[in-house]
Design a protein around this ligand. Structure first.
Ligand code: PCA
Length: 326
């Protein structure tokens, strides 16, 4: 009897303790402000996973670079300092040049085109991530990238000597080719950097300009539609491999829903934020013909440089995209 009681008590205890013992908390650093649409979609994704796994996996988001600044998020996930994170992969061309595929100037310049490019690039990017102990969950594009400036510019010659805020390898190189001085600044630090004169021009979306209220410092936005870079939600592959199949299914479903919602939010935000920049007092419009021609020229140089560095795999992405886009 004694033994039976002990067994029952032990079983009962196991029953109570087991869920707690298997409950995991995943920290998810994100570089952009909590109010940014990527961050809001990420927060919904986290809640979806927490609810769907009955809190067996609780994802806690840390927006605004509060846990790790953008530049450190990928490494933090790779090394298991955190389980999951969101990152703009094009900033990590030094790890793998293929990560820059989404920032090739003037290759895919609309949401539809960027979707096609992602479709053909995805298997290669997933493989590249896997070789770095990372598993891709979902990816959402930023709106098209335009050119911001404190002063009016009608050609690349007008930009000479300007301090240019960059956010990835290609924007840094772009600044060099346009005789500007590149300075890498996280979006979270952007308003202050512009206000204090650390930068006076940049290429980014209407979304980021609007979120950072850049009309307080900058006066012109040229709708260049140069490319649509993407944010990627990545999980440490060791962590992922330990997740049971049911929970993997829940996470994949939540990721698919987040990807669809993120894309829609990005589209909806595009015109809204351009209107917002205008209301803030900026001049918003197309670039002059000269500026457009000059930018395309610089874009062609950058494209050649990327293709040369990215080798056969890079060319295969671009060729497959062009074949599909025709
Ligand atoms: N916003 C991000 C990257 C691309 C974009 O539109 C940024 O400026 O940091």
């Amino acid at each position: 009897m004694k033994t039976l009681t002990r067994l029952f008590v032990a079983t009962a205890l196991t029953g109570v303790i087991a869920p707690a013992a298997f409950a995991e908390k995943w920290d998810m650093p994100m570089a952009y402000a909590a109010s940014n649409f990527h961050s809001e979609v990420g927060a919904k994704f986290a809640q979806c996973v927490t609810d769907g796994t009955d809190s067996e996996i609780e994802i806690v988001t840390h927006p605004s670079g509060s846990l790790f600044p953008g530049a450190q998020i990928k490494r933090a996930v790779q090394t298991g300092q955190v389980q999951i994170g969101e990152r703009l992969l094009s900033a990590h061309q030094n790890d793998n040049v293929l990560y820059g595929f989404d920032s090739i100037p003037f290759l895919a310049t609309s949401f539809d085109a960027s979707g096609t490019l992602w479709e053909v690039a995805k298997p290669t990017i997933e493989e590249a991530l896997a070789s770095e102990n990372l598993t891709l969950l979902y990816s959402v594009p930023w709106p098209p990238q335009g050119f911001y400036s404190r002063d009016e510019v009608t050609s690349v010659a007008d930009m000479e000597g300007m301090k240019f805020r960059s956010f990835n390898n290609i924007t840094t190189r772009l600044a060099e080719l346009m005789n500007m001085l590149p300075v890498t600044i996280e979006a979270a630090e952007l308003s202050q950097a512009l206000a204090t004169g650390v930068a006076d021009a940049m290429i980014t979306s209407g979304a980021t300009g609007y979120d950072r209220k850049v009309w307080e410092s900058l006066n012109y936005y040229y709708e260049v539609d140069a490319w649509l870079p993407r944010n990627y939600i990545i999980v440490n592959s060791d962590t992922w491999n330990d997740v049971n199949d049911d929970n993997k299914g829940v996470i994949r479903d939540c990721a698919a829903a987040a990807e669809a919602e993120g894309l829609q939010r990005s589209k909806d935000y595009t015109q809204f934020t351009l209107d917002g920049l205008r209301e803030g007092g900026m001049e918003v419009g197309p670039p002059s013909e000269q500026l457009e021609t000059d930018l395309k020229g610089v874009g062609a140089v950058l494209t050649d440089e990327w293709l040369e560095e990215a080798g056969d795999e890079g060319r295969a992405i671009v060729d497959a995209y062009k074949a599909k886009a025709e």
